[in-house]
Design a protein around this ligand. Sequence first.
Ligand code: ADP
Ligand code: MG
Length: 295
Amino acid sequence: MSHETVYAIASGKGGVGKTTTTVNLGTALADAGARVAIVDADLGMANLAGFVSLSPDSTTLHDVLAGDASIEDATYRLADDIVAVPSGTSLDEYAETSPEGLREAVEDLRSRFDYVLLDVGAGISHETVLPLGLADAVVLVSTPEPAAVHDTKKTVELTDRSGGEVAGLVLTRTRPDGDVSHEELADRLEVPLLGTIPEDPAARDSVYAGTPLVVYEPDGPAAVAYRRLAADLTGLEVPVPTDDDPETADADADDGTSAVSESDTAADAATDETEEREAAHDDVSSAITEAESDP
Ligand code: ADP
Ligand code: MG
C-alpha cells in the first residue's frame, strides 16, 4: 500500500470541487477505518467548516498561524476517526496569519493521523504554494473544461518548483456527453488520471445539509465515485455504508462493522446537530455564493 500521509488537494481555478473532494475523500477514508484530519488551508476563502456543519466562530487555523493557539485547540471531531481544522472567515483574521506556521501544524497532524488532507486555495499565491511542498503528494482537482485544465498546469509547475510530488488528476463534475476524453485531459498535464466524479445535484444539496455527500447520499453517483477514488488512491478497502432502507442498501456492502458505525454517526448527527446546522446555515450559503461567483 502506498504510504503517503499528507495530501494537498489543489487546483489552478477556484470553484472546481476541492473542498467537496477534501471532505468526501476524508470521510470515505475514515469509513475505511483510517484516522483522518481534514484541514482548511484555503486561508483566504475558508469554507470547509460549512460543508460539515462546524461552527467556525471558535479557535481556527488562523489563530494557530497567528501564534495564538495550538493546533490541538483548532482540531474538531466530526465523526468516528475524522477531525477537521477549520480556518476563520474574516479578513482581519486573515491579515494576521503567517503561512509559515503551517509547516509545524502539518507535522504535528502527520504524527497523529493516518491521512491529513489539506484543502488548498486556488491560484498561485505564497499560501497556496507552501502546502504543495509540505504534502507528500498533490491531488490536482479540475473540471473537464479546457480552461480549468489549462490553469491546472500552473499548479503542476508550482508543485515541481516547491519540491512536491503530483499524485495525479481528479476530474469533477464530469458529464456523459463530454467530448474530450478524460484520459486525454490528464495526458495534457502529463499526470495520471486518479478518478472522475460525475456531476451530481446531491453535491450541492449536501452542502446545504452540512453533511458530506458520501453520508448524505451514499448511493449517488458522486458518492460512489469518491469511495472508489479513496480506495484507488490509498489501497484501503472502503466499505459501502448500509442505510435503514433495505431497498437502497448496496448489495456489495461487505463490512458490517464500519457500516453500522456510520449509521450511528448519521443518527447522532440528525438528533444532536440540528441547532448547529441552523447556525451554520448562513456560512454555508455564503460558501456557496462564494464558490459560484468565482468563475
Ligand atoms: P472549490 O473548493 O474548488 O472552490 P467546491 O468544492 O466548493 O469547490 O465546489 C464548488 C461548487 O461546485 C459547489 O457549489 C459544489 O456543491 C459544486 N460541486 C462540487 N462537486 C460537484 C459535483 N460532482 N456535482 C455537482 N456539483 C458539484
Ligand atoms: Mg473550497
